[in-house]
Design a protein around this ligand. Sequence first.
Ligand code: NAI
Ligand code: MG
Length: 369
Amino acid sequence: MSVRKLFLLPGDGIGKETMAEVRKFITAMNEKFGSGFETEEGLVGGSAYDAHGVAISEADMEKALAADAVLFGAVGGPKWDSVPYEHRPEAGLLRLRKDLALFANLRPAICYPALANASSLKPEIVEGLDILIVRELTGGVYFGAPKEIIDLGNGQKRGIDTQVYDTYEIERIASVAFELARTRKNKVCSMEKRNVMKSGVLWNEVVTATHKAKYSDVQLDHMLADAGGMQLVRWPKQFDVIVTDNLFGDMLSDIAAMLTGSLGMLPSASLGAPDEVTGKRKAMYEPVHGSAPDIAGQGIANPIAMIASFAMCLRYSFNMIKEADDLETAIANVLERGIRTGDIMAEGCTKVGTEAMGDAILAEFLALA
Ligand code: NAI
Ligand code: MG
């Protein structure tokens, strides 16, 4: 059995508590299935600042680069509000994304049937929803130059951001979307604004060409991003994989996420380019939520976002499809039985803490194996 190298960065606040639940799965899978996970653990965010005076140490960066996958908890909290800007907790997260060159951000929006009532949309619109937003993460208007505020000297200033995309950036994110679609319902919808943006014209052209060259077995549709936003709340189940740029992806993935209920439920993955020799992609998996200082240390955080992030890790970094499917089914079954943390609590359900939720999902997961 090959070794699977995981680097764990619990971070701050509830990151520590939810990562502890994932550790139980890793241990159990090694013991019961001989999964061969080797774990190392490091510090990131405020915890790293307290220990080393930086948001992530060079030694931990090296471990992240050497691992097959990084599991990231959450960073931040009021304790570090006044640390120097370059050492703020989020700097650790940004450094990881940049140095691992994680250009593809995967945000699934899955609506577990048991939680269909928790959505702000009608249950029939969201029940059974399973879509995946693939957002370009390292290019576009957040990074393009020039990016500045110019003093025009007449009492006016001008703020400038520049949307820039090169062919290779669009090609590689489109390829990720098409490859993922092949493992799902085989459908990709690409969203841009080619009607008003040159980068949108190029985006459309390159996605179409990539499709034609390598992925013509996948169904491809195009939608203007604003219309896409409308369709996401009108009838989200029409989508399978949505691929879009950094800016539109930021907004569309937040919209899609909220279709499904609590922040405590939402996992994410960020992938880099495949290694030229091994074909393996650098990858980091993390919940969408932050360190939740308001509930940290109380043992009540919902660990599902972190556990579901681990399920994505099994799927995308290790191709452990059965295990990933089982883990997602285990989450659904436990919710179906009415076991709930406070953030997703509903009438007639049983309220549990972080550990009891983790234990219930683990027991169900092992029973499915
Ligand atoms: P947050 O996501 O930490 O919390 C927002 C609200 O959702 C809080 O009321 C919290 O209790 C609740 N919540 C979040 N996750 C939950 C879970 N798993 N179970 C139950 N309830 C949960 O966002 P907020 O409050 O804006 O930020 C808190 C800190 O986290 C800040 O320092 C912020 O910078 C940082 N942050 C870090 C992120 C990361 O590490 N990726 C992402 C977002 C915020
Ligand atoms: Mg956002």
